[in-house]
Design a protein around this ligand. Sequence first.
Ligand SMILES: NC(=O)c1ccc[n+]([C@@H]2O[C@H](COP(=O)([O-])OP(=O)(O)OC[C@H]3O[C@@H](n4cnc5c(N)ncnc54)[C@H](O)[C@@H]3O)[C@@H](O)[C@H]2O)c1
Length: 330
Amino acid sequence: MLRVCVIGMGPIGNRHARIYKENPAVELVGVCDILRDRADAAAKALAVPAFYDAPTMLGALRPDLVSVATGGYEYGSDHYAPTMQALEAGCHVLCEKPICNEIPKAEEMVAKARQKSRCFGIDLNHRFNPAARLARQWVQQGRLGHLLFVNMAVWIKNPNESSPYFQLKALHPHTVDIMRYFCGDIEAVQCFATKAPGRKIWSTAQFNMRFRNGVVGSLTGSYDIERGHPMERCEVAGTGGRFVLDDIFRELTLYPAGNLEKTVYTNPVFGGVRDFKDTFTDRLHTFLRQVADGAKPEAIDGSGADGLAAQKVLAAAIESLENETVVAVK
Ligand SMILES: NC(=O)c1ccc[n+]([C@@H]2O[C@H](COP(=O)([O-])OP(=O)(O)OC[C@H]3O[C@@H](n4cnc5c(N)ncnc54)[C@H](O)[C@@H]3O)[C@@H](O)[C@H]2O)c1
C-alpha cells in the first residue's frame, strides 16, 4: 500500500488529501503547511499528523508518494522547493499546475525526477475524464484523418492582480496541455492580450500557434467572465472529420467529413463526472495506478515534461506579447 503525504494545505491541498484519504488502496500518512493553523486544521479533519516543514515530514514519515499543492507567486513559485525535497527523498511526486513560474527551475524539477527515476506528474486535470480520453482515441485511430486545426477557449472569473502574466501562466497550463494532448508539440506562438475595465493585468488573451506536425491553432482565454454557463470548449479538425469537446467533460461530438451522421458522447447522469472536482479524483487515481503498476517515469500521463512543455509555450507567448513578434518555442 502506497504511503502518501500532501504538502501545502490550502483548498487544493485539502482536496488532494481527501481524495487520498477516501482511497482504500493508499494510506494518507501526513500533511504539511508552513502555516501552522492550516496544517493543524487539515490534520485534525483527516486524522493524520501535522508538520510545518516538508523536510521534517519527509524524514519522519518516509512516504512513497507526495502531492505538492503549494502555490505562491503566479500560483507556481512555491512548487520548486518541496518538489525537489520530495524527489531527493526518493518520493514519486504529483505537483499542482503550473509546474513552476520559472522555466529554469521547472527544467531542474524534471531533470531531478529523471535522475532519481521517480514518477513526476502535474495536475493537468482537464485531460483526466472519459470524454477527453475518447477524443484522443479518435485522433489516434485516425478518425479525424490528417489533422488541420484546433480552436480552444476557456473563460472564468479570477480577480487576482498579483502578476501581469497571472492569467497566461496560471490558467493556460490546462488549455495548452489539452491542445498538446490532441495535436502534439507546439513550435511557434503569437499572442495578443487585453485588460478588462479596472484591471491592471493581461486578463484576457488570444494566441495563435503552429504545431510541429503542421496543425494550426488558436486559443482564447479570460479571467474576466463569471462562471455559470459552460466555460471551456475545444474543437479539433482534420481531413476526416471534426470534434467539439464541450465544457471539459460534458459532451463530445464527432462530425465525420462527408457523412451526415454525427457521434455524440454525453456525460452520463449515473457513473459520470459529477463536477469539476471529479477531474482531480481521476487525475490522482491515474497517477496512483501508474505508480502502483510500476509505470516508467516517461510513461506518466500528464508528466512533469508535459507541464514544462506547456510552460515553455506560455513563456514564448509572453515574449510575443511584449515584443509583438512570432516566437519559436524553445
Ligand atoms: N488543477 C486545478 O484545476 C487547480 C485549480 C486551482 C488551483 N490549482 C493550483 O493549486 C495550487 C494551490 O492552490 P490553493 O488555492 O490551494 O493555494 P493556497 O495559496 O491557498 O495554498 C497553498 C498553501 O501552501 C503552503 N505552502 C507554501 N510553501 C510551502 C512549503 N514549502 N511547505 C509547506 N507548505 C507550503 C502555503 O502556506 C499555503 O497554505 C496552486 O498552484 C494552483 O495553481 C489547481
